[in-house]
Design a protein around this ligand. Structure first.
Ligand SMILES: [Zn+2]
Length: 265
């Protein structure tokens, strides 16, 4: 893929511009992000339920309804039910910090706008999926499928608006290839392999990475495996997990993908 060097834009700050002006200009985006974190929290609270259970629609303790139409305070940073004060969904402030970290990753680099849109779309699903996988060891279809479809479509838009067909075809092939790899481990190793939810998440993660070259999905996978291996080792040494323990892989797949993207952007 060839990319024309961007012409100098006098008023916009460079991505690594440490001047106070750049930080000030980032604030509207950061505060705009905090208006969508209730939606991310809603996705976590709704889907972090055991398999075969209906999605959560209210507080576990008092049944007070939870929804985007009435986000505060249950879907705010405090994560407390407005009716009884019980914890709702992901721990306090965690989703907000993860969303801010994701936004910072997008702001610190400067890929073309459509590619940022594809990554932003993917992160809007990947961030809740991290919390859901940690809580209940699931990556629900209702989040993995839209993540894949939207990522593929937005990368398709990037292909149509200048990048050409080659990176898109490579992205689709990488998404399918990575998903097939995860699915094969499930078939061969059963519960000791990756989950089928990981395979569905790989459809989008692999596509985002494959857009930038064949080596990038390999890099993302290696980062994810290394990170999960180190955490598993730490848990074993500290006796907080056993060899037979099943650790969720979704969070590492997301972090490995983001890490590899930051290296190529
Ligand atoms: Zn309650």
């Amino acid at each position: 893929m060839t990319r024309q060097p961007a012409p100098p834009v006098p008023r916009a700050a460079a991505p690594d511009d440490p001047s106070p002006g750049h930080i000030t200009r980032s604030w509207p985006r950061a505060s705009a992000l905090l208006t969508i974190t209730p939606l991310l929290r809603y996705a976590v609270a709704r889907h972090a339920v055991p398999p075969g259970t209906v999605c959560r629609t209210g507080c576990d303790a008092c049944g007070a309804p939870i929804g985007p139409h009435r986000p505060w305070p249950a879907l705010g940073p405090t994560a407390r039910c407005g009716g009884c004060g019980a914890r709702v969904g992901a721990p306090p402030a965690t989703v907000e910090l993860a969303a801010l970290a994701a936004l910072a990753a997008l702001l610190l680099t400067r890929p073309p706008a459509v590619e940022v849109a594809a990554a932003g779309w993917w992160l809007a699903f990947a961030v809740p999926l991290i919390f859901i996988d940690v809580a209940v060891h699931r990556l629900p279809n209702r989040l993995t499928w839209p993540a894949a479809v939207g990522t593929w479509l937005l990368l398709g838009l990037a292909a149509l608006t200048g990048a050409g067909a080659t990176p898109w075809l490579r992205a689709v092939a990488a998404g399918l290839g990575l998903a097939l790899f995860f699915a094969t481990t499930t078939l061969l190793l059963g519960t000791r392999g990756f989950g089928i939810g990981d395979a569905k998440l790989a459809l989008s993660a692999g596509a985002l990475l494959g857009w930038y070259g064949w080596s990038v999905p390999v890099l993302g996978l290696l980062l994810a495996l290394t990170l999960s291996g180190l955490v598993a080792l730490g848990l074993l040494v500290s006796r907080r997990a056993r060899w037979s323990s099943h650790l969720p892989f979704g969070p590492y797949l997301v972090l490995g993908t983001l890490g590899a993207l930051l290296l190529v952007w």
